[in-house]
Design a protein around this ligand. Sequence first.
Ligand code: TC6
Ligand code: FAD
Length: 678
Amino acid sequence: MARVVEASAVARRCVADITAERAKCSFPQHEVTAVLDGGEDKTQQRRKIEELFLSDPEFLDAVRPEYLSHEDRYANELRKACHMIGKFNNDEEIQQLVGQMEGIRTLMGSGLGVALTKDGNPLALHFVMFLPAIMGQGTVEQQGEWMGRAWTGEIIGTYAQTELGHGTFLRGLETTATYDPASQEFVLHSPTITATKWWPGGLGKTASHAVVMAQLYTQGQCHGPHPFIVQLRHQDTHCSLPGESHAGEIGPRLGMNTNDNGFLRFTHHRIPRTHLLMKHSQVLEDGTYIKPHNNKLAYGTMVFVRVAICFDAYRQLQRAVTIATRYSAVRRQSELVPGQPEPQILEYQTQQYKLLPLIATVFGIHFSARSVWDTYNEVTGSMQEGNLDRLPELHALSCGLKALSSSDAAGGVETCRLACGGHGYLASSNLPRIYTTTTAAITYEGENTVLWLQVARYLIKSYREACKGHTLRQSVSYLTPQPASSSASPSNLSNHALVKAFRRAVSHLVAEAAARLQKGCDAGMIFEHAWNSCSVQLARCAQVHTRYFTCEKFLSGVERAEVSEATRGVLTRLCRLYLVFHITNNQGDFLRSGALSPQDMSALEGELAALLAALRPDAVPLVDAFDIHDRILDSTLGCWDGNVYHRMVEEAEKSPLNQKDVPDAYHKYLRPLMKANL
Ligand SMILES: CCC/C=C/C(=O)SCCNC(=O)CCNC(=O)[C@H](O)C(C)(C)COP(=O)([O-])OP(=O)([O-])OC[C@H]1O[C@@H](n2cnc3c(N)ncnc32)[C@H](O)[C@@H]1OP(=O)([O-])[O-]
Ligand SMILES: Cc1cc2nc3c(=O)[nH]c(=O)nc-3n(C[C@H](O)[C@H](O)[C@H](O)COP(=O)(O)OP(=O)(O)OC[C@H]3O[C@@H](n4cnc5c(N)ncnc54)[C@H](O)[C@@H]3O)c2cc1C
């Protein structure tokens, strides 16, 4: 009984601490929530959908997934994923709320969808890549043939591109699709072990179909990687199709273990000619190849997914920083002043330095991802009308923001874990799972270093064009060399002056890299070797350019937001923190280019400390404004009421090892050892 009384005193203290934080709020929280949701109506809609799904007992887990076997874990997540589709298909209210067609995809990828299927959704690839591939790469007839069945879940697909030997270098894929005009079929074949498809999500056991990327051969010529629809499993029995294709799961991974990532091999597997997705390029019955307007159009599905990943990174970081910030308001440790009560760890400036820039980063990713999404829609809209002019810009923007958001989010989640001390290492904090999910995005859909180099390629090309006097696209127009008179240090350090300083720092970095590249070529290196010898510097150009892009979008997003002065105030402080944090962390770039002076840096470092102090009272209110339901956070450390210690103990008690006082393993292994010498 004494223990219970003591425990509830602790609970009362924790709850009191977090409640006191909420009283400090300086802004109307619903406005920040609405900014992030895209309007108050969207907030209401999201909450309603969450309520409809979270109140459904089918989405509850009988035990923590970590305690299940590999197979049971997969089955449990598949059960929930299928129930999610069933619920969507059979409930008109949900369909209206989420939107008839796109809705189910949005739902699966939303914070809610990701939280319901905790360790990876076996149907994710179906919605995120298989359907978009058919939409983006199929003709109207092909869409008619496949889309309806795919939306309802009659067929389940994946996107099988990566092979054991090649992921990054698409032109190096080895799977072949050779056209046979006699039977009007393509013959799919994996000529070597390294041609085995490896990694596609859902390929192991879930998918009945796949979009397979293979080298297209016709009339004796190879035309590069193209997308083909391939049936993998029998429509009634779900058995593998005997002999000609062989699929399976690749085994346990760092995380996302219920995505049944798979392998696939073909042995002269025949598919009809019409299974080549022919929106951009065609093979006629006699084997004649019709070229696309641009041979990178076959890579379109990846462009879409790279943009989608930015939103995912945003949501994962939101969850992690909510957990770590709430916990930091409840956790008390050490003495700030000897003899005085232990402070909340959020009082330590170093803790604020870990968390507040991450709260700002959530907004930075939000505003820039929205902007890239708008660009994606504009560019794909004009591509429908045959105008491909802005495709290179979209490619560079989507590569840059995918790389920046995934690395910021993964680094940020790890910082949040560290900010929770030992308890952040517990599965029940949910930080390990959020981390393993987030860090995967650094690798998939284009490994980040490789994507940085794609951005650099665009920057150098643009810079060279600017030097020839050509006009550049808006996102890189600042690379145009400026007259010397415009390069004086800023007269003030306003937000706009700092964004301008970013522009100057990137321009300088790009000009230096271009000069070094040229020097290599002038010294007799072939361009590719010169490029490789500068690639560390080139990747850096891409990173700073993309950071500049996020700063610019953050600032314009805050300026344009239709909110009260109090909300604009807190968002402006966050934006300022984001700018100052990244500038003071990368001083070399700004000092070398003369964009800022050492005196400016001192002033900004002083301001950084002041910003942390100014934002400290709004830390918990800001993460509260992310409006993440406790079930979606799924964390003993991050729960709304702050009752952390009770939840931790409650979760620990559920461990299967705690169900028996003496485990069977004691009798089997430990006892013989302990009693060996008796
Ligand atoms: C939930 C998610 C689950 C995960 C799923 C997956 O991972 S699925 C698997 C995901 N896998 C991956 O993501 C694989 C990552 N790898 C790749 O995407 C490509 O192989 C590559 C881009 C690295 C190089 O490709 P390459 O060797 O063929 O090309 P290159 O370097 O010789 O450049 C030639 C020109 O093409 C341009 N261009 C390139 N891409 C695009 C595009 N999409 N659009 C428009 N343009 C593009 C480029 O800018 C350049 O233009 P320039 O300068 O000549 O005017
Ligand atoms: C969780 C997860 C899910 C996935 N899901 C899918 C899926 O559904 N479908 C699918 O097809 N694939 C999938 N993949 C595969 C993924 O797309 C590839 O792993 C990714 O594109 C990287 O390719 P890679 O593995 O060949 O790495 P590699 O290219 O071998 O990278 C290894 C190292 O080499 C470096 N490197 C390689 N090329 C260059 C270069 N040109 N310049 C400089 N450095 C270079 C990289 O930077 C990296 O450091 C998934 C992967 C993971 C981890």
